[in-house]
Ligand binder design. Structure first.
Ligand code: PGA
Length: 214
């Protein structure tokens, strides 16, 4: 019931991570929390320098000595403004047609960017990338303003879909299926509160909370 939990999460995971943390903190009321919401590069740096107990992120590199627990799917989707010509497509849009579009993309270190580049490279598609932006909200604003199409985790999209500011395009081969992971250093002895959080996050109890996220 006591202790201090240092948790760091990818900005992309922030919406559901704070909801889980809120439910957990109601159970462990004597605990204090430090939550850092940051990018993938900084998350890997924090793990290397023991600056955090655990991290929620996409897949970390295979060559690091980390304990890695997948706990939820993380589908990446193509987004467009509702008035885009592709918006009315009845059938999935082919990757050849997608190739002619300009994409607003995340920074090179981002998990989303790495996954999208791998997806298109494996299919021999050279994507036209336009502006590069370091946050999902900047990508969403840019796509809504007509600067290009975007690829983001579905977990960043709740509000924009609800108010119809953006829409998800049906594109051949999409969504790109990724997973969210809880990650900590392999040689780290987790403090009891961090162990409890790991069990909460990967256990049945948080399943209904996570199910609210598309
Ligand atoms: P991001 O996603 O780095 O694109 O924000 C999180 C991750 O894949 O680790």
């Amino acid at each position: 019931q006591r202790g201090h939990l240092r948790l760091s999460v990818a900005t992309t995971a922030n919406s559901f991570a704070t909801r889980i943390l809120s439910a957990f903190s109601k159970r462990y009321t004597g605990t204090s929390y430090a939550l850092d919401v940051t990018n993938r590069k900084s998350l890997l740096g924090q793990l290397a320098n023991n600056q955090t107990d655990m991290v929620i992120m996409g897949k970390p590199p295979d060559d690091l000595a980390l304990s890695v627990h997948p706990f939820m799917q993380n589908p990446l989707v193509v987004i467009a403004p509702p008035d885009h010509p592709f918006a009315q497509a009845k059938r999935p849009i082919s990757l050849q047609r997608i190739q002619a579009e300009t994409f607003v993309v995340r920074e090179p270190d981002s998990g989303t960017r790495i996954a999208m580049e791998r997806f298109f490279a494996e299919r021999g598609i050279a994507l036209k990338t336009g502006m590069e932006m370091t946050s999902n909200s900047a990508i969403k604003q840019a796509v809504a303003a007509g600067l290009g199409l975007g690829i983001v985790s579905i977990h960043t999209l709740e509000l924009e879909l609800e108010v119809k500011r953006l829409m998800i395009l049906k594109v051949q081969g999409f969504p790109i299926l990724r997973h969210w992971h809880v990650v900590y250093c392999e040689d780290k002895r987790l403090p009891p509160i961090a162990q409890a959080f790991l069990e909460f996050l990967t256990g049945d109890e948080s399943k209904h909370l996570l199910a609210q996220h598309r």
